[in-house]
Design a protein around this ligand. Structure first.
Ligand code: DC
Length: 218
């Protein structure tokens, strides 16, 4: 059986992770950060000394890596064998190389399949760039969270992370494989004008209302 999935897409530092975590917490769904998966493979690519733009090298990596996703306490963890890849996903060098790595079609195909399979395990709040358009395009729950570039850059600065948002946005939106676009049926939410709690409340309320069974006919 496929469990429901709430799709939350948006550009870097749009605040979508904060909103997605709150929604997952309130609904007791599993929070899935797909960006972390692309980041984990970026780390593995750099660790192996591979060129981040090489499709052949990515194919080699995918053939030998023992990558898997574990679900525990409403969160996922990413493993290479027994090694937890989480701590390696937010390094500055990963930020710098993640856009070209995530544009590689071999990696996208591999991760999209894996992300779709997670719906067999539990109800999900899945966030990323292509969740509503590609990964779970059949979901009735789609949200696109955005804010103006100044608000997003300030957010990253406060997080103490070095990240060239403008360059990453441009690469993520212009790549040929699953570019960052709002799904036609995704609700657009502005995280510059509303705080994360308000946006999460709106989503939770809508999901609860729509998943409620209708009145039974006697
Ligand atoms: O959400 P994030 O900044 O952690 O994502 C890191 C990169 O991964 C981002 O620059 C684009 C890519 N990504 C993607 O292509 N598709 C997704 N579903 C999630 C992230």
């Amino acid at each position: 059986m496929l469990h429901p999935v709430i799709c939350i897409d948006g550009p870097a530092a749009s605040g979508k992770s904060t909103v997605a975590r709150l929604v997952a917490h309130d609904l007791k769904y599993v929070y899935v950060d797909t960006g972390a998966m692309y980041r984990a493979f970026t780390f593995l690519t750099l660790e192996a000394g591979h060129d981040p733009t090489s499709r052949a090298r990515m194919k080699q990596l995918l053939e030998k890596v023992d990558f898997h996703v574990e679900i525990a306490a409403q969160e996922i963890s990413l493993r290479d064998g027994t090694r937890d890849l989480g701590p390696h996903t937010r390094l500055p060098e990963v930020n710098a190389a993640v856009s070209p790595v995530s544009a590689l079609p071999e990696l996208r195909e591999y991760l999209v399949n894996l992300q779709r399979k997670l719906r067999l395990s539990a109800p999900l709040v899945m966030e990323g760039r292509d969740i509503g358009t590609v990964v779970c395009s059949d979901s009735p729950f789609k949200y696109f969270i955005d804010a103006c570039p100044i608000v997003r850059a300030e957010r990253r600065r406060k997080q103490g992370e070095k990240d060239n948002l403008v360059a990453r946005d441009k690469q993520d939106s212009s790549r040929s494989a699953a570019p960052l676009v709002r799904a036609a049926d995704a609700a657009l939410l502005d995280s510059g004008k509303n705080d994360a709690r308000a946006l999460a409340d709106l989503i939770v309320q809508e999901v609860r209302t729509r998943l409620q069974p209708g009145p039974t006919v006697p």
